[in-house]
Design a protein around this ligand. Structure first.
Ligand code: MG
Length: 213
């Protein structure tokens, strides 16, 4: 199997919960909302409204504010961080001859900003962004685009690492890749089918290296 490693971005390479926490405090401060507003926002986020449009629908109802989602998309890339340990983990893969790519479904105005500001754009060989390519995970075509940009094809196999059981794991399998699932929980009726399960992305880089030594 060739040394190709593809990674999801949100909640995999980038810790969005941390960025969200900072954003929630800023949001409440700027609008002079009562302190409970922050707890309410964090709870709503933890309840798992994965689609921000739905999330901001609820925020709008609660606070009577408009145009929030657009501002949120503009602000979040400034708050998102990729830990230096993760950047180093990717550098170790590079040193060991791996081709490293990012495959993400984020909205287009977020995707590039996040990759560039976190330093990830320079830490990988290539990326395939759903918002730009017009095709989303779990569609195999997005994985194929990432592989091609890494100078290869999916025919040689490889690995997909991500936290979403369908977009990343089912998608990765459909793309003939081995999969590593970052366990952030499943939901009723949706179990993961990953080859390997880890708790964070650094562990994932170690697991895939072990399979090639
Ligand atoms: Mg994710």
């Amino acid at each position: 199997m060739q040394r190709l490693a593809l990674f999801d971005l949100d909640h995999t390479l980038v810790n969005l919960d941390e960025a969200f926490g900072v954003w929630a405090v800023e949001f409440a401060d700027k609008r002079e909302l009562a302190h409970q507003a922050v707890a309410w926002l964090l709870d709503l986020n933890a309840e798992g409204y994965p689609h921000r449009e739905v999330f901001f629908g609820r925020v709008r109802e609660r606070f009577g504010l408009v145009e929030l989602w657009r501002r949120y998309r503009r602000r979040m890339p400034h708050l998102a961080r990729c830990p230096s340990a993760v950047i180093n983990g990717l550098a170790l893969l590079w040193d060991a001859g791996w081709k490293v790519g990012v495959v993400t479904n984020w909205t287009p105005d977020n995707q590039l900003g996040n990759l560039q500001r976190t330093g990830l754009a320079a830490a990988v060989n290539a990326y395939a962004l759903a918002g730009i390519e017009g095709v989303r995970k779990p569609d195999v075509r997005l994985f194929e685009i990432a592989a091609q940009r890494c100078g290869t094809t999916l025919a040689g196999g490889g690995w997909m690492v991500g936290d979403h059981p369908i977009a990343d794991i089912s998608g990765g399998h459909a793309a003939s890749l081995h999969t590593v699932w970052i366990d952030r929980g499943t939901w009723p009726g949706q179990e993961h089918e990953a080859d390997q399960v880890v708790t964070d992305v650094l562990q994932a880089t170690q697991v895939i290296q072990q399979h090639h030594t």
